[in-house]
Design a protein around this ligand. Sequence first.
Ligand SMILES: [Zn+2]
Length: 55
Amino acid sequence: MPYRFVCSDDHCAFLVHSSSTDEVERLVRAHVRMAHGGRIDPADLERGIEHIEPA
Ligand SMILES: [Zn+2]
């Protein structure tokens, strides 16, 4: 699960891990729509995805 995204909303603890960026993007968009009633800027989404190096 090398990709991670943490929601930037201060009061939100949403965190997602996935093996693919496509999956992360899909889950984040769904989260933002359902939890925050909006949409995330594609640039913010791309910036927010962290690639975790294997230990
Ligand atoms: Zn959130």
